[in-house]
Design a protein around this ligand. Structure first.
Ligand SMILES: Cc1ncc(C[n+]2csc(CCOP(=O)(O)OP(=O)(O)O)c2C)c(N)n1
Length: 945
């Protein structure tokens, strides 16, 4: 009570007017918890001078509080409070000075000179005005406390402080970091920026190096522009400082001990990064310009989408760089890079992300507009997807194709605002100040290393030419391009600056240019630190996987003793672990399945596939929404203790030193998560990598990943990928959105042995299919239509022997003992409808009909089908499906079926039994669904007119 009263007296005497309430609240908070107020206020309150005389109302509260505490502790030795004199006018101004500092930290970036063209509108920021803060130039010589950062001094004259604030926050760097809630992070950034006012003095050698990098960046574009005029290269002109950033990121990371960097970037400046950073041989690039084809690729891709890797030497040793292949779809490479990085980190046991670093280079419009950017940020700190922070660079040329005005490109203030969702610091920097660019690169990389979080460098630049070299920019941006035409290049401006400061003379600058040009003429490598004989010890050997289109035979058998032993191990629970009742029953059943007392179900077969693979040395990674339990509660790979909510993952506890078993319920994203898993699996051939959709059709949220990477990556870029997609699919009356995984779309994408599309219908089939996926030296994506109701279907079971002794069958022949001689009709189908057909045939007692299951629709098992057809003398062949006629396998697979039939009997017709054409995947009424289902099953046995 007394404290509050005394404080209020102090506040009102010192801080009359609008600030008083604010300061009072701050001080109240400070008294409760000194750490709850911004540190500048905390240090101010802490440092208020000591007063003389115990009763004055000017006594700061901290002093009083300390004294009271002291008295309370030392009742017998009460001491008088020692208080020094104070100038209340100075105190008032001191508060205002602190407000001024805070204002610059919050809003200085709005006044920073970020745009080389000076076109960007800078906001009016009142808070940065001395007068607005109640100060004036008359106070310039007064000394104020400023905290310990500014130029390492605690007290400086206002003049010096004001200059420092402007240099730090309103010159070539616009720093946004006050949105970060963690005090330590903010302090760290403040210290780094303020201690050198964002402009450290670099050595002459360093400055020459910057000039050399800019010369290389500009030189390459000029050379290509002259040699191949009008050819698309998406030049970097205007944003050459990107090369300064990349060079520093690599060298500094290498010095820190980083071993690998994975870089994702779109078209802009890609050729420049390839040649000047990754050391691609210019001669190779030129031959691509001249139309050379890579004979080893199928379709191939344009030169500015191809990936590349190399090793670069740094003071800390060799660093491996991988520039990720990249489709035209902007930003989709971001999660792919993250997945690749995580795979490399897992391989190196680099849980902190120090050894492998992701770098993502974005365009300003794409970064602001594409949703996958947000999804990728949302992943960045989650257990299953974090990579220790990503360095994001925006090549912000202030134009997205032709769109320039902010009202059209975005609603946010900056193109980088999305990064604030994960409280990433954002450093805007003027690309025409390459030393500021270098400085901010160092701060950004060090921040990532210190805090393991994402950080953004917004390189504010311009685009000297059109969107590409065949595009005329003044059609849409006449005024901007008038300015650009008379604007010197970054290199020229920097060379001029170095000349003025006597570091170089004009001849040296042009000599540098000539030297670079000569190297290109000679077709020489221009990246100086390129390692010729790369250390390949950490490389993955993909050779065994290369050159196969299809491998049909694979031994996936397992000793039944091994199955039992593994099942026993999975049954062991930690002391005191209490299972939920239904889960206990499921595990109980699994125990009986392992002993042979019960037929094997889907869940058991699937987890045993993982267990056996782990036992054989293959890591397994499984992600997707709700994968630990399984959406339909069949997997239970993660068990939850009902007593303390702790978890236990039996598959992680099989034996000492076993391979990784990673299972993560993913965030609610399909696009970024699937992109991530694609990146992961293209980096680790040994791992069985699986992504599961909650319902199969949700995969369409990741359609870009399926179209641009999964189905076409091998043909475009020669990248192998063994990723498995589990997509729950099946017509059970659950309505339009929960029935179909859109099988037809995957089949339509299937060609040239690009991927596999399977519809396994028994537990043994899923067991062998998953094992086959990793045991064969074949890395092709596997798309699986997985069941829902079939997980518990009484007929969809297998024996333990089928697991131990069987194999994956691309076709399952007739299972009942039907005499071939009497068979007139064959019904072919895939998936769950088989069981409906089987029950119907049994009910009808139709021994003239056999039912066969196509368990793999692509690559189509044509020879096997012909072999089965040849067992019978058929009059009719029917394809039966649950899906409407325009969906499912009918349109996309019938040519394969007909091709096999032509080898059997060219005269025989393929009939259709299934739902009629439909605009929706399934109906919404259970009664209508049942009606349709019964009709299509009956139709398979009916007479066709
Ligand atoms: C998903 C997607 N939508 C549209 C395009 C077509 N496109 C190619 S580049 C581009 C402009 C990108 O602008 P920005 O991100 O600012 O990069 P810049 O080209 O200016 O470097 C557009 C719209 C695309 N490639 N991908």
């Amino acid at each position: 009570m007394r404290e509050g009263l005394m404080y209020r007296q102090w506040a009102t005497s010192h801080l009359a007017g609008g600030n008083a309430a604010y300061i009072e609240e701050l001080f109240d908070n400070y008294l409760r918890d000194p750490n709850s107020v911004p540190e500048e206020w905390r240090s101010y309150f802490d440092k208020l001078p000591r007063f003389k005389g115990i009763t004055t109302e000017d006594v700061p509260h901290s002093t009083i509080r300390e004294h009271f505490l002291y008295l309370a502790k030392n009742k017998s030795r009460a001491q008088p409070l020692v208080i020094s004199s104070v100038s209340s006018d100075h105190e008032k101004k001191q508060v205002k000075v602190l407000q001024l500092i805070t204002a610059y930290r919050f809003r200085g970036h709005q006044q920073a000179r970020l745009d080389p063209l000076e076109l960007m509108k800078r906001s009016e920021v009142q808070d940065l005005d001395l007068a607005y803060q109640g100060l004036s130039v008359a106070d310039y010589d007064t000394i104020f406390q400023v905290g310990s950062y500014f130029i390492g001094q605690e007290e400086v004259p206002l003049r010096e402080l004001h200059t420092s604030l402007q240099q730090t926050y309103c010159a070539s760097v616009g720093a946004e970091y006050m949105h970060i809630v963690d005090t330590e992070e903010r302090r760290w950034i403040q210290h780094r920026l303020e201690s050198v006012r964002c402009s450290p003095e670099y050595s002459q050698q360093r400055k020459l190096h910057i000039l050399e990098r800019l010369t290389a960046a500009e030189g390459l574009e000029k050379y290509l522009g002259t040699k191949y005029p009008g050819t698309k290269r998406f030049g970097l002109e205007g944003g050459e400082s990107l090369i300064v950033i990349m060079d520093e990121l690599i060298q500094r990371s290498g010095a820190n001990g980083t071993k690998e960097m994975v870089i994702g970037m779109a078209h802009r400046g890609r050729l420049n990064v390839l040649v000047n950073i990754l050391g691609k041989n210019p001669a190779d690039l030129f031959s691509e310009f001249e139309g050379r084809r890579n004979a080893s690729l199928g379709a191939g891709d344009v030169k500015y989408h191809q990936g590349f890797s190399s090793n670069i030497s740094t003071v800390g040793g060799e660093i491996h760089l991988a520039l990720s292949f990249n489709p035209s779809h902007l930003e989709i490479v971001s999660p792919v890079v993250e997945g690749s990085v995580r795979a490399r980190q897992d391989r190196r046991n680099d849980s902190g992300g120090d050894l492998v670093v992701p770098i993502l280079i974005h365009g300003d419009s794409a970064f602001a507009g594409q949703g996958v950017v947000m999804e990728t940020f949302q992943m960045s700190q989650t257990r299953g997807f974090k990579t220790g922070g990503t360095v994001h660079i925006i090549v912000n040329n202030q134009i997205g194709f032709t769109t320039h005005d902010r009202e059209d490109t975005r609603s946010t203030e900056y193109c980088t605002d999305v990064a604030k969702m994960v409280q990433a610091p954002i450093f805007h920097v003027n690309a025409d100040d390459p030393e500021a660019v270098l400085f901010i690169t160092q701060v950004a990389l060090d921040y990532r290393r210190e805090f393991k979080k994402d950080v953004v460098i917004d390189l504010v630049c311009y685009r000297r030419h059109g969107h590409n070299e065949a595009d005329e920019p003044s059609i849409t941006q006449p005024l901007m391009y008038e300015i650009i035409r008379s604007h010197s290049t970054t290199r020229a401006l920097y060379a001029e600056k170095l000349e003025k400061s006597g570091i170089i003379n004009a001849e040296l600058a042009s000599q540098m240019f000539e030297d670079y040009r000569r190297m290109l003429d000679n077709g020489q490598h221009v990246a100086k630190s390129l390692v010729n004989e790369a250390d390949s010890s950490a490389f993955v050997d993909w050779k065994p996987y290369l050159g196969h289109q299809r491998i049909k035979h694979c031994d996936t058998t397992v000793e039944s003793e091994t199955l039992k032993k593994l099942a026993d191990k999975m049954d062991l629970l930690p002391e005191g672990f209490v299972l939920q009742r239904q889960v206990a029953k499921i595990l109980d059943d699994r125990r009986r399945m392992a002993s042979g007392a019960l037929e094997v179900n889907w869940g058991f077969a699937e987890v045993m596939a993982y267990a056996t693979l782990l036992q054989e040395g293959y890591p397994v990674r499984l992600t997707g929404q709700d994968v630990g339990r399984g959406t339909f509660s069949h997997r239970h790979a993660v068990l939850h203790n009902q007593k303390d909510a702790g978890t236990h993952v039996p598959l992680k506890n099989l034996y000492e030193g076993q391979p990784r078993f990673e299972i993560y319920d993913s965030l609610l994203s399909e696009e970024a998560v699937l992109g991530f898993e694609y990146g992961y699996s293209t980096t680790t051939p040994q791992t069985l990598c699986i992504w599961e959709a909650q319902f199969g059709d949700f995969a369409n949220g990741a359609q870009v990943v399926i179209d641009q990477f999964i189905s076409s990556g091998e043909l475009k870029w020669g990248r192998l990928c063994g990723l498995t997609l589990l997509l729950p699919h099946g017509y059970e009356g659950q309505g339009a959105e929960h029935s179909s995984a859109r099988l037809e779309r995957f089949l339509q994408l299937s060609a040239e042995y690009n991927m596999q599309v399977c519809v396994p219908s028994t537990p043994a089939q899923v067991f062998h299919m998953l094992r086959r996926q990793v045991k064969r030296y074949l890395r092709k994506p596997l798309v699986v239509m997985t069941p829902k109701s079939l997980l518990r279907h009484k007929l969809a079971t297998s024996s333990l022997e089928e697991l131990s002794q069987g194999a994956f069958h691309e076709i399952l022949p007739e299972m009942d003992a039907i005499e071939p001689a009497g068979v007139k009709r064959m019904v072919m189908c895939s998936g769950k409808v088989y069981y409906d057909l089987l029950e119907k045939r049994r009910a009808l007692n139709r021994n003239d009909v056999v039912i066969i299951r196509l368990e793999q629709l692509y690559p189509f098992p044509e020879d096997e089908l012909v072999e089965i057809l040849n067992r019978y003398t058929l009059e009719e062949i029917v394809w039966c499906q649950e899906e409407p006629m325009n969906q499912g396998a009918w349109y996309c697979s019938q040519h394969h079926m007909k091709s096999a039939m032509a080898k059997y009997n060219p005269a025989i017709i393929l009939r259709y039994a299934g739902r009629a054409h439909s605009a929706v995947p399934a109906v919404g009424y259970m009664s209508l669904h049942t009606e349709q289902q019964e009709a299509l099953v009956s139709q398979a046995f009916d007479v066709f007119s």
